[in-house]
Ligand binder design. Structure first.
Ligand SMILES: C[S@@+](CC[C@H](N)C(=O)[O-])C[C@H]1O[C@@H](n2cnc3c(N)ncnc32)[C@H](O)[C@@H]1O
Length: 640
């Protein structure tokens, strides 16, 4: 064998073929195929990768004999370019900041940063990175180095052991030994005796499909029939408590609590006292046992209705409610709800209720009040308010009898309640005919599973879920907030809702736009970062795979429950999974809205987006585009 020609070694470097193409504006990632001329004779068809967006570049390459590989090169803005003077090479204080973009494949995607007309830096997104991570590019000597910062946050502390008192909620009801059916009958009788109307055609009962206690028709009911009328004198509201128990209200006023919390505490304290008296009556069997009404100002009718009402409230053990579950076993709750952050909310709420009770207790002691309620009763009262209040002319209104109605599991209520301002009464009317034995369902509002669980502790089958919700906690998206908003700006929680554009989102988008930053990219990064942990979670994976199958069959579908495999069917029934999927779908819908806002009209119209969110998405796309073109402020809106 002869020697190789000049300067060549015997080893032949494999020949590398490389082509770089730009993703066109109308391309749809995961769907569009690009035809690329790789040499004079052949054309390669490549599917635009999911993480590639219009304007990104795709590098396809192969070494001879090997397969083609494809890398997405994402052009990335640096966020503090204006404020940084670029120093000459060699100055080591030249530092630039960027964020890991929303659509990336860590370990594969490359970021391209244009430093100047003739200087570009390319860096690989490491395996451990996730969207929204902060990247610092530092020039030392002739070289740029990149530092990826994984933002960590500490979980809140577990609640103090005194939260175990929540577990006692079951004890109260069993110790009291109350017959709840008899208690409800007494409540009906007391209400009627005091001038309320309760139709003889309804009674408390427990029938399929819900099989939980509610109100059931015992005779045929006609459409339009009035079933319940409870005048405001029997409602328990902060103003009615202030009137009935002025000394207690005065004690609450002396607390350090802000107005709304003071009213909440006062209301709960009053109901807790009613409950404590109910328990004394039940345990002693003495209906004349000492009663707080001796110190309160109330009519005979009010006393009778409220006492009978307290008897009915005493029997609920709240074993299902997330506040109680969080207090009894925070670790278990975290495990069930991960990757959702809702467990933290429930743990915080349980802790908060305990401290609200302590504050109120201190105030009433300081005022020399004989009213002293134990934590257990206070919690029971506050949770009754959480799950039972109506909004009349006052926000926090407990309405005896009317609150026995359950929420329709199909979103089609058979009865509706309304506040008659003229008559000053809460009225419940049938909106369709009912046969004997049928349960009367009302509606607690068109709420997502995430919100239903937060408030009432139950969820609907996901096929009945009317919208999706996610709450962005600023501390979990800190690098994005830091880059897009001024450091000193307040960072409130941001409510993402697919039923409307919430004011908290409008405000933050307006702030970002006023700063001259890209509000669409901001929203996209917030959602991608928040959604990342859901996609890494093994427990939820079967539901996400089912969603992917649903969308393969119909791109606009979110019917994950229809495509779940047999072995994971039980996930559909779990409240925690329904909450997690509500959040995941909400983030997905917002990401899709951000992508649609950036796309051309044609591409947005042809996009494979969640069809159940269409009207809302169109409103948000419009708002985001207004934000981007500057000058316009968006305000909260509900799509038609
Ligand atoms: C205002 S109370 C309704 C009456 C209550 N079921 C009772 O026994 O007095 C609200 C509570 O009823 C239950 N509930 C109401 N509608 C429900 C539904 N569709 N599915 C499951 N639980 C429901 C929840 O526990 C909720 O916190």
């Amino acid at each position: 064998m002869g020697a190789p020609p000049d300067g060549q070694t015997g080893l032949q470097l494999p020949k590398r073929l490389q082509v770089v193409v730009e993703v066109p504006k109308n391309a749809r990632p995961g769907i569009t195929k690009l035809a690329v001329d790789v040499d004079d004779e052949s054309e390669l068809h490549i599917l635009v990768p999911m993480e590639a967006a219009a304007g990104d570049r795709i590098r396809i390459s192969k070494v001879s004999g090997g397969p083609w590989t494809c890398v997405v090169l994402k052009s990335q803005p640096v966020y503090d370019m204006d404020s940084k003077k670029l120093h000459a090479p060699g100055d080591d204080d030249c530092k630039l900041q960027l964020l890991v973009p929303a659509h990336v494949k860590p370990g594969e995607t490359k970021l391209q940063v244009t430093i100047s007309d003739d200087e570009q830096v390319q860096l690989c997104v490491p395996e451990y990175a996730s969207p929204g991570d902060l990247v610092e590019l530092v020039r030392t000597e002739e070289q740029w180095t990149a530092k990826f910062t994984r933002d960590r946050f500490a979980l809140g502390l577990d609640p103090k052991s005194n939260l175990a008192v929540m577990a006692d909620l079951a004890k109260t009801s069993s110790e009291a030994g109350l017959d709840v059916e008899a208690a409800v009958e007494r409540l009906f009788a007391a209400a009627k005796g005091a001038g309320c109307f309760v139709s003889p055609k309804i009674k408390r009962g427990c029938v399929p499909p819900l099989n939980i206690p509610g109100l059931v028709a015992v005779e045929a009911i006609e459409e339009g029939e009035e079933l319940i009328r409870i005048p405001s004198a029997f409602h328990i509201t902060p103003p009615s408590v202030e009137k009935a128990a002025p000394a207690l209200a005065e004690a609450a006023r002396s607390s350090s609590l802000p107005e709304l919390r003071r009213l909440e505490a006062l209301h709960a304290f009053f109901v807790a006292r009613l409950l404590a008296d109910a328990q004394d009556r039940a345990v002693s069997g003495d209906l004349q046992a000492s009663s707080a009404f001796r110190r309160w100002t109330a009519t005979e009718g009010q006393r009778k209705v409220w006492e009978a009402y307290a008897d009915t409230l005493l029997t609920e053990d709240f074993s299902y409610h997330p506040f109680r579950l969080a207090a009894c076993s925070p670790a278990e709750m975290r495990r069930d709800l991960t990757p959702s952050q809702e467990a933290e909310y429930f743990i915080d709420m349980a802790t908060d209720l305990m401290s609200l009770h302590e504050t109120m207790l201190r105030s009433s002691e300081a005022a020399g009040m004989p009213e002293n309620v134990e934590a257990e009763m206070f919690l029971r009262a506050r949770m009754s308010a959480q799950t039972r209040v109506f909004q009349t002319c006052v926000d926090t209104t407990l309405v005896p009898v009317a609150d026995l109605l359950n929420h329709s599991p199909t979103l089609t209520p058979g009865v509706l309640w309304s506040w008659d301002a003229e008559a000053e009464a809460m009225i419940v009317t049938a909106v369709r005919a009912h046969s004997p034995g049928e349960e009367l369902f009302t509606t607690y509002g068109a709420r997502s599973n995430m919100l239903l669980y937060r408030t009432y502790g139950f969820t609907l089958h996901p096929k009945e879920e009317p919208s999706f919700t996610y709450i962005i906690r600023p501390h979990l998206v800190r690098p994005i907030m830091k880059i897009f908003m001024d450091d000193e700006e307040a960072r409130p929680l941001i409510l993402l809702e697919t039923s409307h554009i919430d004011d908290s989102l409008c405000q933050v988008l307006n702030k970002v736009a006023r700063k001259g930053s890209d509000a669409i990219e901001f929203l996209r990064l917030l959602c991608a970062r928040s959604r990342w942990s859901y996609e890494q979670d093994d427990r939820i994976r079967p539901a996400l795979d089912a969603l992917a199958r649903a969308r393969d069959a119909d791109p606009g579908s979110h019917a994950w429950w229809k495509h779940i495999d047999e072995t994971h069917k039980e996930l559909v029934q779990q409240d925690s999974v329904r909450v997690i999927m509500s959040e995941y779908l909400c983030l997905t819908a917002h990401l899709e809205a951000a992508d649609a806002a950036d796309a051309s009209d044609d591409a947005a119209d042809a996009g494979s987006y969640l069809s159940s969110c269409e009207a809302w998405r169109k409103s948000l796309v419009k708002a985001l585009r207004l934000c981007k073109t500057g000058g316009f402020s968006i305000s909260s809106a509900t799509p038609a």
